[in-house]
Design a protein around this ligand. Structure first.
Ligand code: DGJ
Length: 731
């Protein structure tokens, strides 16, 4: 909950009359909200209801926006189908965006247009705010649409407030309510489980409501991540068709309703899940919903992804336009069994491998209840005296001596019942007072709605940095979802799920205010918490504990629709049956890391990894900050192919993998590249060759036009299952 900053208010330019176009005859107010390619057009009906009358390609003549509603039959509607924020308890009979119980117990809400204003934040970003008010009750909602013009992205959220005599209950309080009209809607959404993240499903929506949601509390996205896409008129492909992408920026229970209405329009309502979350709002307090981010492309999924990725790098992910650290992690190589000697060896291996940082994982803390497995110690964030007698300082010092950086794992929102924290602060823990405890991974969740718990969690991470200023990286894990959701702190239990996430964000806000750029990985026992609400605070996320490279090709592929590659932490491990080269190539498609025993590598394997790290750095501009092109989908082809082109179109890197082991499966034809400069000349050669092997692709030069028109065959087959090709401009 926050008020618009006074600075923003001062900056805000009231352009009421300039932006409102008034249709002289009907006296309608039309509000077009434009990005480079699209226009979302809102209109105020004669009875002052705010409706969406259009969302699609923008028109070249803005004067025509106020004639759209006549043409598409949405003029002056009051049935609520295309409401810009659907009400409940009054005239609307469809799924509401907002539903309340007023101070007097009445459940009806009527919101009418009062005014709107536009704030131009910079050349790219503008904010349209529209005030709505109930004519009877002292209850208001401001709808906010923040556009990122060049990226074709909009973030939408609502601010709800009231001045009734007593508290009001918000029974539903969505962030956004969109309305689209098309000749059919194809929804692609995702489901998952541990090690099975981002499994796609696509279906044509028919009449009624399809709801995507979670009720897991923390680690909320385990079963269903909060991202989706809807193709309009026909299923879109990479380069063809209209498609809407959406993500609710919320790291807790969310709910996205997609309703094909009786008039065949599509209503999309996205926000916090109101399941067990009737929110008590005191008079005069502003409730700010999370943002719902979306982009609409008329050129298929590829363009929508690149727009969203560009937006995320520029505006959302921490240091999205900066570099990333390559690393060696010890989770899979030691699990909980390590000591200073073993870790000193790993630090030396970090240097030997040529990566930037050593990341110490779980198991370094707890004394009364040592963290020697996952049954004990969570919550007691003091170095274990047996494993680390010289504390973390020993590791930061040794790292310095080895000229590498050092980072550490934490899971500060959680507690094991076997811990001193559990003994000292039972009231800080999410659990039902009268029911038996029930655990996931032998742990419980701390109650972050409680400011004291927020201080504690902040203190855990802040304490690590204060004591160890050289600490260069945090992996923030979150393994448990919430059973028996109950807060000893909250007076109104309906506020708990929502306040938990607000509490988490308060902690992360404080940390980022003090440590603005330190890299932090967002982990949740795999990808249980990947959304733009959380990624605002993190430099990267952990897509899955499943690092089998074949699985990762599929998992990383699906994440790539919504998130940029530099945010995807990909580690080379011993999962799967593929050779080291295959595993390394797949990990290079995002933020490269290793989680292997370096000392067990054979000399040629070590040499390969060292060279791969160098090659990765050479092409990092394309992988981290470039445009990503999904060339061949692993679900539809024997060979998966993914391309990254740097922003200057001077270098590109193409990854190709055999994903089908049937007889003679392989790349039969050239694969056409994309996104290059047709007039530039590029040299093409194979990268990441394992020592002793030769490439079957002759080094050659081609024009960008040739590579994009004819393409190149990476020659992938059962003897060459993983092929990486570098494309470099010749000047
Ligand atoms: C789950 C994470 O996903 C793993 O990478 C690892 O950090 C373990 N937790 C540690 O307990």
């Amino acid at each position: 909950m926050s008020k618009l900053s006074t600075k923003r208010l001062i900056q805000s330019i009231m352009v009421l009359l300039a932006t409102i176009t008034i249709n002289a005859k009907a006296q309608t107010i039309t509000i077009p909200i434009e990005t480079k390619q699209n226009a979302l057009v809102l209109e105020v009906s004669s009875e002052k209801y705010l409706n969406t009358v259009y969302f699609g390609d923008k028109l070249s003549n803005p004067k025509e926006y106020n004639t759209i509603s006549k043409a598409n039959g949405l003029a002056d509607k009051f049935d609520g189908y295309n409401s810009a924020y659907t009400l409940s308890g009054s005239r609307n009979l469809l799924e509401p965006a907002i539903s309340v119980t007023h101070a007097d117990g009445n459940k009806s809400l009527d919101l009418k247009y009062v005014s709107h204003h536009i704030t131009k934040i910079n050349d790219d970003v503008s904010l349209v705010s529209i005030e709505l008010k109930d004519p009877i009750y002292d209850f208001e909602v401001t709808l906010n649409y923040q556009t990122y013009y060049n990226e074709n992205v909009t973030e939408q959220w609502s601010v709800i407030t009231h001045h009734e005599k007593k508290d009001v209950i918000l029974d539903k309080y969505a962030s956004a309510n969109l309305y689209l009209q098309a000749g059919g809607y194809w929804l692609k959404h995702f489901h998952g489980e541990w090690a099975q993240e981002m499994r796609p499903e696509e279906e044509q929506l028919d009449h009624g409501i399809k709801t995507l949601d979670t009720k897991l509390g923390s680690r909320a996205d385990l079963f269903q991540p909060p991202v989706f896409m809807v193709s309009l008129d026909r299923p879109s492909t990479e380069d063809d068709g209209a498609v809407l992408y959406g993500n609710i920026e919320w790291s807790g229970n969310y709910r996205i309703d997609l309703e094909v209405d009786p008039a065949n329009g599509l209503r999309v309502i996205a926000g916090i899940n109101n399941y067990a979350a009737d929110y008590l709002l005191k008079p005069g307090v502003e409730f700010t919903t999370p943002k719902f981010v979306y982009t609409l492309s008329n050129k298929g999924k590829g363009e929508a992804s690149r727009d969203l990725q560009a937006w995320a790098r520029k505006y959302k992910i921490v240091d999205g336009e900066g570099p990333r650290l390559t690393l060696l992690n010890n989770w899979e190589s030691t699990f909980f069994n390590f000591n200073e000697e073993i870790l000193s060896g790993i630090l030396k291996d970090t240097k030997k491998l040529g990566v930037d940082l050593f990341l110490l994982d779980d198991g370094w803390f707890g004394n009364k209840y040592p963290r020697n497995d996952d049954h004990a110690g969570l919550g007691d964030w003091q170095e274990n005296k047996t494993k680390l007698p010289d504390n973390i300082a020993f590791l930061t010092k040794s790292a310095k001596a080895d000229s590498v950086k050092f980072g550490i794992w934490v899971e500060p929102e959680m507690v094991n019942p076997k811990s001193e924290l559990y003994e000292k602060h039972p009231d800080w823990i999410v659990k039902q007072p009268q029911r038996p405890e029930y655990y996931m991974r032998n742990q419980l969740v701390l109650d972050l709605s409680n400011p004291k718990v927020q201080d504690f969690v902040f203190g855990v991470v802040d304490g690590l940095f204060t004591k160890n200023p050289e600490l260069a990286y945090i992996k923030w894990d979150c393994n448990s979802l919430m059973y028996n959701a109950y807060s000893a702190y909250e007076t109104h239990q309906g506020n708990f799920y929502t306040d938990y996430v607000f509490g988490l964000y308060k902690v992360l806000d404080r940390l980022r205010a003090k440590y603005p750029k330190v890299p932090m990985m967002l982990c949740s026992g795999g990808g249980g918490r990947v959304d733009y609400g959380a990624l605002k605070y993190f430099t990267e996320y952990w897509p899955s504990d499943n690092t089998d490279p074949i699985e990762r090709i599929f998992i990383q592929w699906e994440y790539s629709y919504f998130y940029p590659a530099l945010a995807s932490s990909n580690h080379v491990t011993n999962w799967g049956k593929q050779p080291l080269k295959f595993r390394t190539d797949v990990a290079m498609m995002g933020k490269l890391g290793f989680d292997i025993v370096v000392s067990k590598l054979k000399p040629d394997e070590l040499m390969f990894c060292q060279q791969a790290v160098k090659t990765y750095k050479q092409f990092s501009e394309a992988i981290w900050h470039g445009d990503q092109y999904r060339l061949q989908n692993p679900r539809e082809n024997d060979v998966a192919s993914m391309l990254y082109v740097d922003p200057a179109k001077t270098s590109a890197i193409m990854f190709n993998y055999l994903v089908n082991n049937r007889y003679a499966a392989g790349s039969k034809l050239p694969i056409r590249l994309k996104g290059l400069d047709p007039d530039k000349t590029y040299s093409v050669s194979e990268l990441n060759l394992f020592p002793g092997t030769k490439s079957s692709i002759a080094e050659a030069t081609y024009s960008g036009k040739f590579l994009m028109t004819v393409g190149i065959n990476p020659d992938v087959h059962s003897e060459r299952t993983s092929v990486v090709i570098g494309v470099t401009e010749i000047r």
